[in-house]
Design a protein around this ligand. Sequence first.
Ligand code: 5GP
Length: 237
Amino acid sequence: MEKRELLYEGKAKRLYLTDDANLVISEFKDDLTAFNGEKKSSEAGKGALNNKISTELFKLLEANGIPTHFVKMLDDNHMLHTKVDVILIEVIVRNIATGSLSRNLGIEDGKVLPFTLVEFDYKDDDLGDPKLNDQHCLILELVDHQDELDKLRRMARQVNDILKPYFKEKGLNLVDFKLEFGKDSNGNIILIDEISPDNCRFWDIKSGEKMDKDRFRQGLGGLTVAYEQVLNRILGK
Ligand code: 5GP
C-alpha cells in the first residue's frame, strides 16, 4: 500500500491518500490539544499508543458486529482504513457525569447516570462544537433523514454495551466517550476516527485515578504512563 499526498491534517492525526481510491492512511501524531486548541503540547509515544489502543478496540467492535473503517495497523503510527464522507456530528455517550455535562447542567461530578445518555455535538471548531438536537442536524443537512440520527444513537449504544463491560473486567470505568461516523462508498454508516484515551474517559475502578486525556486537560501529568496502562490492560498484560 503506497502512502500518497496529504489529504487533511487534524489536531491529532494526518490523513493521506493511497494508491487505492477507497483506502486512506491515518498517521497518529504525538500532539495534544484541549479547550478547542487553546492548550497545546506534545508527548512522545502518545500517537503510537492511541493507534495500538484503537486497533484493538476496532477489532473487538468488528468481532461484535459493529461496522468500522478499520482495515489494519501498518506500523506504530499508521492505520489503514476505509475512506468515507465524514458525518459532522460528534456522538457523545455518557455513563457517569463529569466534564461539560457537570459544568453545563450542575450534575454532581462522578454521579452514575440513571441511564446511558447520548448527545450530539456539531463537529465545528470555529463554533466550539456546540450541542445539537435532531432538528438542528436536519436543518444543517448533517444527515439525510431522521432514520440516520436514530441509527447513530443505536450504534453508539451498541458500542457502549460492548465496551463498558469489557473495560469493567479490566478494572476501568468507561465514564464517557466521543464517537464519529462516516458513510462509505456504498452509503453505509460506519464507525470512524479513533477510540482511545484522547476521546474516552477511563477511571480506575479501585483508585478512581484518571487514565485519559483529562491528565493533560487538568495538568495532572503522567499521560503516556496512563495510556500505556490502558493498552496493557487491553492486551491482558
Ligand atoms: P465533554 O463534553 O465532557 O468535554 O466530553 C465528553 C467526552 O467526549 C469525553 O470523553 C471527551 O474526551 C470526548 N470529547 C468530546 N468532544 C471532544 C473533542 O472535540 N475531541 C476529543 N478528542 N474528544 C472529545
